[in-house]
Ligand binder design. Structure first.
Ligand code: ZN
Length: 165
Protein backbone atom coordinates (compact mmCIF):
# COMPACT_ATOMS: atom_id res chain seq x y z
CA UNK A 1 0.00 0.00 0.00
CA UNK A 2 1.32 3.40 -0.96
CA UNK A 3 1.17 5.54 2.16
CA UNK A 4 1.67 9.30 2.25
CA UNK A 5 1.13 11.45 5.31
CA UNK A 6 -2.32 12.25 3.94
CA UNK A 7 -3.37 8.63 3.84
CA UNK A 8 -3.59 8.66 7.61
CA UNK A 9 -6.82 10.19 8.79
CA UNK A 10 -5.64 11.00 12.32
CA UNK A 11 -2.32 12.76 13.08
CA UNK A 12 -1.24 13.09 9.44
CA UNK A 13 -4.15 15.19 8.26
CA UNK A 14 -3.38 18.03 10.66
CA UNK A 15 0.16 18.28 9.28
CA UNK A 16 -1.03 18.31 5.66
CA UNK A 17 -3.44 21.17 6.21
CA UNK A 18 -0.83 23.54 7.63
CA UNK A 19 1.34 24.95 4.79
CA UNK A 20 -1.10 27.01 2.72
CA UNK A 21 -2.46 29.45 5.37
CA UNK A 22 1.04 29.91 6.84
CA UNK A 23 2.47 30.99 3.47
CA UNK A 24 -0.34 33.46 2.78
CA UNK A 25 0.23 35.14 6.12
CA UNK A 26 4.03 35.12 5.72
CA UNK A 27 3.90 37.12 2.46
CA UNK A 28 2.61 40.18 4.39
CA UNK A 29 5.34 40.02 7.03
CA UNK A 30 7.61 43.10 7.05
CA UNK A 31 10.64 40.89 7.67
CA UNK A 32 10.08 39.07 4.37
CA UNK A 33 11.92 40.12 1.22
CA UNK A 34 9.38 41.58 -1.21
CA UNK A 35 11.12 39.93 -4.18
CA UNK A 36 11.76 36.34 -3.02
CA UNK A 37 9.42 36.13 -0.01
CA UNK A 38 12.07 34.73 2.31
CA UNK A 39 12.71 36.05 5.80
CA UNK A 40 15.50 38.64 6.02
CA UNK A 41 18.16 38.90 8.70
CA UNK A 42 18.35 42.21 10.61
CA UNK A 43 21.49 44.29 9.94
CA UNK A 44 22.77 47.43 11.61
CA UNK A 45 22.55 50.77 9.84
CA UNK A 46 26.35 51.01 9.81
CA UNK A 47 26.54 47.77 7.82
CA UNK A 48 24.25 49.15 5.10
CA UNK A 49 26.15 52.48 5.08
CA UNK A 50 29.49 50.75 4.88
CA UNK A 51 28.53 48.31 2.11
CA UNK A 52 26.45 50.45 -0.24
CA UNK A 53 28.09 51.60 -3.46
CA UNK A 54 25.57 54.41 -3.95
CA UNK A 55 25.11 57.76 -2.24
CA UNK A 56 24.34 57.34 1.44
CA UNK A 57 21.81 60.16 1.09
CA UNK A 58 19.48 57.28 0.24
CA UNK A 59 19.93 55.63 3.62
CA UNK A 60 17.12 56.54 5.94
CA UNK A 61 16.53 56.04 9.63
CA UNK A 62 14.83 52.73 8.85
CA UNK A 63 15.31 49.14 9.85
CA UNK A 64 17.13 47.17 7.19
CA UNK A 65 17.30 43.43 6.65
CA UNK A 66 19.68 41.28 4.66
CA UNK A 67 18.26 38.82 2.09
CA UNK A 68 20.24 35.56 2.03
CA UNK A 69 18.43 33.91 -0.89
CA UNK A 70 21.05 32.97 -3.54
CA UNK A 71 18.67 33.46 -6.48
CA UNK A 72 17.32 36.82 -5.26
CA UNK A 73 18.96 40.06 -6.48
CA UNK A 74 18.01 41.95 -3.30
CA UNK A 75 20.77 42.36 -0.70
CA UNK A 76 19.14 44.83 1.72
CA UNK A 77 15.55 45.93 2.15
CA UNK A 78 13.76 48.17 4.61
CA UNK A 79 11.08 46.70 6.85
CA UNK A 80 8.63 49.39 5.75
CA UNK A 81 8.85 47.96 2.24
CA UNK A 82 9.90 51.31 0.74
CA UNK A 83 13.48 50.42 -0.26
CA UNK A 84 15.44 47.55 -1.73
CA UNK A 85 19.15 47.61 -2.53
CA UNK A 86 20.34 45.03 -5.02
CA UNK A 87 23.71 43.32 -5.54
CA UNK A 88 24.87 45.92 -8.12
CA UNK A 89 24.40 48.65 -5.50
CA UNK A 90 26.73 46.92 -3.01
CA UNK A 91 30.51 47.48 -2.87
CA UNK A 92 31.37 43.84 -2.23
CA UNK A 93 30.29 40.74 -4.06
CA UNK A 94 28.00 38.87 -1.73
CA UNK A 95 28.86 35.28 -0.82
CA UNK A 96 25.22 34.28 -0.29
CA UNK A 97 24.34 35.50 -3.78
CA UNK A 98 27.27 33.72 -5.45
CA UNK A 99 27.83 30.65 -3.25
CA UNK A 100 29.85 28.86 -5.94
CA UNK A 101 32.03 31.71 -7.25
CA UNK A 102 35.74 31.03 -6.59
CA UNK A 103 36.78 34.69 -6.21
CA UNK A 104 34.10 35.79 -3.76
CA UNK A 105 35.07 36.18 -0.11
CA UNK A 106 33.62 33.85 2.46
CA UNK A 107 35.61 35.64 5.17
CA UNK A 108 35.65 39.38 4.38
CA UNK A 109 37.85 40.47 7.30
CA UNK A 110 40.76 38.09 6.74
CA UNK A 111 40.07 37.73 3.03
CA UNK A 112 39.58 34.04 2.47
CA UNK A 113 37.78 33.18 -0.76
CA UNK A 114 35.71 30.18 -1.70
CA UNK A 115 38.32 29.21 -4.30
CA UNK A 116 41.16 29.32 -1.78
CA UNK A 117 39.24 27.22 0.72
CA UNK A 118 38.09 24.78 -1.96
CA UNK A 119 41.63 24.24 -3.24
CA UNK A 120 43.14 23.87 0.24
CA UNK A 121 44.25 20.57 1.75
CA UNK A 122 42.56 19.45 4.97
CA UNK A 123 45.56 20.84 6.92
CA UNK A 124 45.39 24.16 5.07
CA UNK A 125 41.66 24.37 5.70
CA UNK A 126 42.27 23.88 9.41
CA UNK A 127 44.89 26.65 9.23
CA UNK A 128 42.39 29.02 7.59
CA UNK A 129 39.88 28.29 10.34
CA UNK A 130 42.63 28.94 12.93
CA UNK A 131 43.51 32.23 11.20
CA UNK A 132 39.90 33.40 11.39
CA UNK A 133 39.48 32.28 15.02
CA UNK A 134 42.73 34.00 16.03
CA UNK A 135 41.66 37.18 14.25
CA UNK A 136 38.35 37.17 16.12
CA UNK A 137 40.06 36.56 19.46
CA UNK A 138 42.51 39.40 18.90
CA UNK A 139 39.62 41.68 17.89
CA UNK A 140 41.03 42.29 14.42
CA UNK A 141 37.73 41.61 12.65
CA UNK A 142 35.18 44.18 11.50
CA UNK A 143 32.34 41.96 10.33
CA UNK A 144 29.72 44.67 10.80
CA UNK A 145 31.55 46.91 8.33
CA UNK A 146 33.06 44.41 5.90
CA UNK A 147 30.78 41.40 5.65
CA UNK A 148 27.57 42.22 3.72
CA UNK A 149 25.61 40.05 6.16
CA UNK A 150 26.84 42.34 8.94
CA UNK A 151 27.95 39.53 11.22
CA UNK A 152 30.73 37.01 11.69
CA UNK A 153 31.58 34.74 8.77
CA UNK A 154 32.51 31.73 10.91
CA UNK A 155 29.16 29.98 10.46
CA UNK A 156 29.47 30.34 6.67
CA UNK A 157 33.06 29.05 6.70
CA UNK A 158 32.12 26.03 8.82
CA UNK A 159 29.13 25.28 6.58
CA UNK A 160 31.34 25.57 3.50
CA UNK A 161 33.94 23.22 4.97
CA UNK A 162 31.20 20.71 5.66
CA UNK A 163 29.82 21.15 2.12
CA UNK A 164 33.31 20.50 0.65
CA UNK A 165 33.99 17.38 2.71
ZN1 ZN B 1 15.15 38.26 -1.48
Amino acid sequence: MNETCCSHASAGSAVCEMPAPTLVRAARDATMCAVCGEKGKPVQGQTVKSLLAITLRQVRNAEYLFCRTPTCRVVYFSTDGAQTFTAVQVRERVYQKEPDAADVFVCYCFRHTLGEIRAASPEARAAILDDINTGIQTDQCACDLRNPQGSCCLGNVRALLKRLE
